[in-house]
Design a protein around this ligand. Sequence first.
Ligand code: P6P
Length: 337
Amino acid sequence: MKKVVTLGQFIVKKQEDFPYATGELSNLLSALRLASKIVSREVNKAGLVDDIRGASGVTNIQGETQMKLDDYANMEFINSMMAQEEICGMASEEDDDIIVFDTEEGHNGKYVLLIDPLDGSSNINVNVSIGTIFSIYRRVSPVGTKAVLEDFFQKGREQVAAGYVVYGSSTMMVFTTGNGVNGFTYDSSIGTFCLSHPNMQMPVDGSIYSVNEGNYRYFSDGVKKYIKYCQEEDEGRPYAARYIGSLVADFHRNLIKGGIYFYPASGMSPKGKLRLLYENNPLAFIAEQAGGMATDGRQAILDLQPTELHERCPLFIGSKNMVEKVHEFIALYDGDA
Ligand code: P6P
């Protein structure tokens, strides 16, 4: 009989692996675990909701009209973090500015959390997997003062933890604290995340490429040449084209099977579409911890210096050899732009 390790047991067991933590980081991960269960429950009810993006017309037990799911998920994660003394502030894809927690209420926390509460939420009403992406840093401003922007503008390499929850055929939480990547599958019959994918390693090579080829005409020559390379018949190619339109789902598949996901700069989106602070950085931390690679086409994502809360940057992430190959095409055809 295989021993089941729950996320809670894992956090306690790995306590000594968390840098600086005196139980604080484990409390944060536990809070994220609870919020993820609640969001998972609501996402899985989505099929019962008339208008996913708007008011559902469904009233909850308090008689409140249910909010659209991404706002709901955002509030759920904010509330769960406000209850944690370890957090002094948050940044969310859903909020223009940082959310500063009152220090008077004992928020002398050492950490800040950045989150995309429900990435790909436009896919909910077609029952496609969506996800939550989170990133945790130690603050750089003095403990006991209010969180400031500088706490959120740290390079991705400074993250102390990062992870995602994928709400798919099953709900999984995958995270790293800098000591490898572990995946936990939610068992709703016992209401617990159980370790299902210990020490996840991203295959160094793969045969899947994920990009929105509808934008092909707007890509750089180097990216176009790489896409054609993926489609040639040679050395195990053509690769399979798989594009779910949900970053977390595409990333999760590539983490397990190998592959590359890319959202390049284009004439339409000069910086790409994806956000550096709460999409690219956390997934890049996970990718590198799993032996993969994540760049903006030239430079490691984790080495980029953020200057704006919602800034975008191009993303090439996945199997190391595949990301290095696309770099060759970009260097050859796009120069050192
Ligand atoms: P496009 C969802 O909106 C998202 O942020 C990612 O989850 C997804 O990979 C991407 O955008 C899809 O964008 O422009 O290809 O529809």
